[in-house]
Design a protein around this ligand. Structure first.
Ligand SMILES: CSC[C@H]1O[C@H](OP(=O)(O)O)[C@H](O)[C@@H]1O
Ligand SMILES: Nc1ncnc2[nH]cnc12
Length: 290
């Protein structure tokens, strides 16, 4: 048994969490650049917590400029074992209404202007993301959300778009009708892929703020409308997060789904062909297997 360290990546509207004992904002340097912000560390019910605002305090990063690799590396460097991603999203389903939470379990990645892997020339590795989220961690999020009185939907496909503009009407209809997506956002990819490469359990809690543009009764999306819903959603998210330490506990058994062993058979580059400079950058993410 190891120790549970819960990492929370807060999306739009979620720039801190409350109730931490011994809270401290710490600076973490990574070989992949500077994370979105300092990370807030502390304990909650005896469990170490690490919080990172995805866009930085004051919302300084766009979805395309979020330093996803630095963020995941920084969480790993602080010994995080389980990452809960909290994000605002648009909904493609009538029943997934603004204010509801969706525990996402699949993604379609339409992003194209982001670094998507820690690996590459000098150390090639391929991990599976067939099941990109962790069922054990998602269970805890579902229980925590329900206990907080939140309307929560278990399972859903998240379309990750590049942004920053919202979808056209034709795109919105295609994602919903042809591609079977349930929600849309701009940030969960490559975040989820990188978390898997870093052997972190990852759960995505998507908080619905709007119906994107497909819905005949709701017209087009605008940020004013999103922000109006975001404030309430952020309070609900903080309530959900506060229940996670009690549910996960401070002692951690290995992930039954293998998230924490994702690199076990992933490395292709022969040991004698690996580039030492590349290996040095991978110390936090892949040190366990290198
Ligand atoms: C607030 S409007 C669009 C913005 O909100 C979402 O951010 P996050 O996923 O970090 O909560 C969405 O992905 C866009 O970045
Ligand atoms: N409709 C939408 N599209 C993309 N990202 C979003 N974030 C919140 N609402 C969104």
């Amino acid at each position: 048994m190891g120790k549970t360290v819960i990492g929370v990546i807060g999306g739009s509207g979620v720039y801190d969490i409350d109730g931490l004992e011994n809270p401290e904002w710490v600076t973490v340097d990574t070989p992949w650049g500077t994370p979105s912000d300092q990370l807030l560390t502390g304990t909650l019910d005896g469990v170490t917590m690490v919080f990172l605002p995805r866009h930085g305090r004051g919302h300084v990063h766009s979805p395309s400029s979020v330093p996803y690799r630095a963020n995941i590396d920084a969480l790993k460097r602080l010994s995080v074992t389980d990452v809960i991603s909290v994000s605002a999203c648009g909904s493609f389903r009538e029943e997934m209404a603004p204010g509801d939470f969706v525990i996402v379990d699949q993604f379609i990645d339409r992003t194209f202007a982001r670094e998507k892997s820690f690996f590459g020339p000098g150390c090639v590795a391929h991990v599976s993301v067939a099941h990109p989220t962790c069922p054990r961690l998602s269970d805890a999020c579902e229980v925590a959300a329900k206990a907080s009185g939140i309307a929560v939907h278990r399972g859903g496909t998240y379309l990750a778009m590049e942004g920053p503009q919202f979808s056209t009407l034709a795109e919105s209809k295609m994602y919903r009708e042809s591609w079977g997506c349930d929600v849309i956002g701009m940030t969960n990819m490559p975040e989820a892929k990188l978390a898997r490469e870093a052997e972190l359990c990852y759960a995505s809690v998507a908080m619905v703020t709007d119906y994107d543009s497909w819905h005949p009764d709701h017209g087009e999306v605008d940020v004013a409308q999103i922000i109006a819903t975001l404030t309430g959603n952020a309070d609900k998210a903080r309530s959900m997060v506060s229940r996670l330490p009690g549910l996960l506990g401070s002692e951690r058994a290995p992930c039954p789904h293998g998230c924490d062993r994702a690199l076990e058979f992933a490395m292709l580059t022969a040991p004698d062909k690996r580039d030492p400079d590349v290996l040095a950058k991978l110390d936090a993410v892949a040190g366990r297997v290198l």
